[in-house]
Write a protein that binds this ligand. Structure first.
Ligand code: RTP
Ligand code: MG
Length: 140
């Protein structure tokens, strides 16, 4: 088992509905530790840059507008196999397909307003963590 770090974002639909604490509790209950955290409002440039991989997708403009619409909470989560563990805690992108007991099943509004983001691989986790945090802001 490897100790990993992953980037989590509590998305605007969740901060708007005051679900931040309940979502963080899901991570902590499953053994992930919050080692960096900040609440920010994304600029258009920050949102477009973060989701640049999706820029050709039909939903890109809507996704960027949504991510800028309310504050988000960006966090680094640390733990055993944290990247995959977090994806399991989140559930499928579309809440209609998410397993019982996952964050998206319990809290997501729809496929876009799906409450959380989590990095999908070691390379993207490293890039996404560096996108929001400097080394001295992460305290393990
Ligand atoms: P994320 O990157 O946010 O953790 O989500 P994911 O890997 O499960 O999903 P991804 O395919 O990377 O899509 C990124 C985000 O774009 C929005 N989305 N909207 N309207 C749509 O069909 C659609 N599909 C995706 C969601 O907010 C999704 O999390
Ligand atoms: Mg993704």
């Amino acid at each position: 088992m490897a100790i990993e770090r992953t980037l989590s974002i509590i998305k605007p639909d969740a901060t708007r509905r005051n679900l931040t604490g309940q979502i963080i509790a899901r991570f902590e209950e499953k053994g992930l530790r919050v080692v960096a955290s900040k609440r920010i409002k994304l600029s258009q440039a920050q949102a477009e840059g973060f989701y640049a991989v999706h820029k050709e997708r039909s939903f890109f403009g809507e996704l960027v507008e949504y991510m800028m619409s309310e504050p988000v909470v960006v966090q680094v989560l640390e733990g055993e196999n944290a990247i995959l563990a977090n994806r399991e805690i989140m559930g499928a992108t579309n809440p209609a397909n998410a397993d019982e007991g996952t964050i998206r099943k319990d809290f997501a509004v729809d496929v876009q307003e799906n409450s959380v983001h989590g990095s999908d691989a070691p390379e993207t986790a490293a890039e996404e963590i560096a996108y929001f945090f400097s080394a001295c802001e992460i305290v393990g």
